[in-house]
Design a protein around this ligand. Sequence first.
Ligand SMILES: Nc1nc2c(ncn2[C@@H]2O[C@H](COP(=O)(O)O[C@H]3[C@@H](O)[C@H](n4cnc5c(=O)[nH]c(N)nc54)O[C@@H]3COP(=O)(O)O)[C@@H](O)[C@H]2O)c(=O)[nH]1
Length: 914
Amino acid sequence: MSRTAKTGKALPVRAARWELKFSTRIALLFGMLGMVAISVVMVYSLRTAQDNLQSEIKNSLAQHQRSIVSLIETRLQLLEVYLHSASARRTVTALSEQAQPVEQIAADVAFMFQDANIDSKLEVFFLLDPAGKLVMDAGLPLFDIVPLVAALRAPIHYAHGWNLVLAGEQSALLKATPIFDPATIQLRGYLFVGLALGQNRRLVADLLAGSNLDLLVLGHAQTPLVWQGESPLALQPERPLAILEQDDDGLYIKRAAISLGGTNEPFWLTLGVSDNRFASIYSAYFNSFLLLSAGFLLLLVVAAWLLRISHDRAIGQLLGFIEAIQAGDRGRAFRPTGIYEYNRVGFAMQRMVEDLHVAAAVFDSAEGMAVTDARHQVLRVNQAFTRITGYSAEDVVGHSLDFMLVQAGNDMLRGAILAALGQQGAWQGELLGRRKNGQQYPQWVSITEVRGGGERQVLNYVITLIDTTQRKAAEQRIEQLAYYDPLTNLPNRRLQRERLEKALLASAESGQYGAVLFIDLDDFKTLNDARGHDIGDLLLQQVAVRLSGCVRHSDSVARIGGDEFVVLLEELGSNETSAAQQAESIADKILFSLRQPFRIGQMEHFSTLSIGISVFQGGAQQVDELLKQADLAMYQAKAAGRNQHCFFAPEMQARVLQRASLESDLRQGLLKGEFVLYYQAQIDQQAGLYGAEVLLRWQHPERGLLAPGEIIPVAEGSGLILPLGEWVLETACATLAQWRQRPQTQHLSLSVNVSAKQLQQLDFVEQVLHIVKRSGCDPQRLKLEITESMLLDGREAVIAKMARLKTHGLRFSLDDFGTGYSSLSYLKSLPLDQLKIDRSFVNDLLTDPQDADIARTIVSLAKALKLEVIAEGVESLEQCERLSSFGCTRFQGYYFGRPVPLEQLLTGEVVESR
Ligand SMILES: Nc1nc2c(ncn2[C@@H]2O[C@H](COP(=O)(O)O[C@H]3[C@@H](O)[C@H](n4cnc5c(=O)[nH]c(N)nc54)O[C@@H]3COP(=O)(O)O)[C@@H](O)[C@H]2O)c(=O)[nH]1
């Protein structure tokens, strides 16, 4: 037998041995059940009917027995009444006179009882004389009483109750009464009445009258006395009492012991009735049984029909669901039927289908999948497998996948995989695969056993392949990004730290010295800002190449940020001096190498660098500490004039600590008001003192008066420059406000140094205007000194702030002019009022023609830009005169006065010289 699947292929389906439609099966089952049930009911009903019949017959016969006994008793009582009545009246006369016929006595009794038929009741009625001789027989002639009289014992016995007298075939129940002569009270005889029993057909007829009995036998002891009807069982006195029996002719017979006339005689009465008389009861039972069976069968048919309908509907729904799934309706949900079991099947099937869809979806996932049998022969592969490996299903089905593995011959690996599969049922790991085109590729392989069957033996292996080529490349890329500087391809700070940690451990083990060179390019920021970041990047790349060229292969060069590089030198021997010498020689080599001109595009650039060296012998030191030491040494090298190296010395550390403590002091100093302002006079050639520069001083409780050089870097580093700068501005404005009050001073202006951090504040303009307004000073007398370097970051924003402040009357001076890289066009865009010639040019003005030229140029430039110009650091008359010769008319310097407290500024010679 075969069934056609959706694919059109014939699927072999083994039919069950007794395959029947469910409805047919139900009909058969119900039919059989109906037959069995009807048979059982029939047997039960018949037996019940029989039992009921017998019980009815039994009851009926018992009833008849009671009636018959009652009839006989009634007859006896009547006879007794007759007897006594007859004895009371004429009977005595009759006996004495002998004239009264017996008929007359009977007629008297009949008259007395008004009973015309009394003759028929007085069947046995006779008189005996005292000697027991029959005097008169007044009973019915039907009965011959002679044998009875002969069988009598003394007549007196019969005066006390009924007595059975048996005389051959004759028998009767007799009772007597003595007859006395009323006059003499002499016994004259006995009057007897009796009920004839033996062969008394009249009695039997009377007893059977109106009954449906077919048999009656009245017996005494072993002798039937009178009977009517025939049955072989009826005349057998030995038959059991009170048991219903049936003879071969179907006659039901029941014998019972009875008591008559108060005697103790063993009378028995057997009654019989033919089963024909109960045919109607049988037929009633049979008919109702037939009716019941027919009704039951009908019910069965209806039930089977209803069952079939509901089954057909439910199975139709279930089949519809299955066929829809087969037809590709994947999202079809099972609609519950009215039958619980089918719903379970339907829902189980729906879950199964969903699981199969999930499994199919999983199988069609982006991961390559192959399913093999227990002998590793491929059964199925998915599309991703083909995409990854290049092998189609036809290429691999029926083969082992070993040929695709580069390590196929590696027995150890194979053994490890099989061992893992045996123990955990799964293995995963990285294997080198070979694609169909021969290309090798890394792949992550997972193998999982599928077990089943009674003994849970391995049925299949599911193999998942993930091509990790891209992931590995990405990992490498991530590692490159995480550990290498993308600009120079040198290790970055993170990698260098790790290498340093390893180097320290190695050094601790070997006892060999190593060294860290912290390298910072001199003036790189200036180049970067002036020439742009692209040029800066090119320089950094070339620096990286040169640095790498200066060290051994085993050494490590890293760029840890901006223009900072760290070189790690290892295995410098176990002699500290020799190690330091080696480090120094490499530092010199680096300095020399980097001093050579760089060619960046069309431009030739000269660069120098500062190197801090820290020598280490692992164990005691931490990476951070080592880097910090080298960094400090590098700053030392910068402070010492740049383009040189400097070894770390513990004093440097002390300075750092000192700086930290200064920061804490500075915070306290601000709170305690330890800061003061000094004023350095600014002189106009014609007008004399025209203003002053405000210079910060700190009256340190322990260290005395500190200059800005010690305060400002710490304040800027800690952020305290903001409250400090605000205080300076407020104090200067307060001075200006005071000066405004006095005619001698109201023309004086003040220059206030502003730090880059102050200027970068978003609300700098508002802050300044607020302070100015609150102080009540003339904003035109306030000049803010900025440096070129402040304009490097966020130049547009700084210019906008300057412009806003200028609209409120404030003025700006460009400090240290000439030391930076300001271009002319850039200078022109700044909203300036004054250029300040840097002290370094003034210093060598008289000796260095180049500085003199610069100073002259700055004066000319200021004039061209219509700006004031002032020279700072003027220490001699000669310098002053030379600057005057260039056209500079304003001066500041020790020649005119050192920075002094406010009181001294106004009382000093300068004011007087005005
Ligand atoms: N942000 C702030 N910066 C401030 C503040 N106060 C000062 N500073 C900055 O500190 C720099 C150094 O100031 P100071 O140590 O006070 O030195 C000034 C003068 O003492 C010195 N000077 C003046 N004349 C001469 C001279 O003839 N010879 C000589 N060797 N030195 C001289 O120059 C300093 C003033 O220079 P300048 O500012 O360039 O005019 C100082 O430069 C400020 O940058 C402050 O409150 N806030």
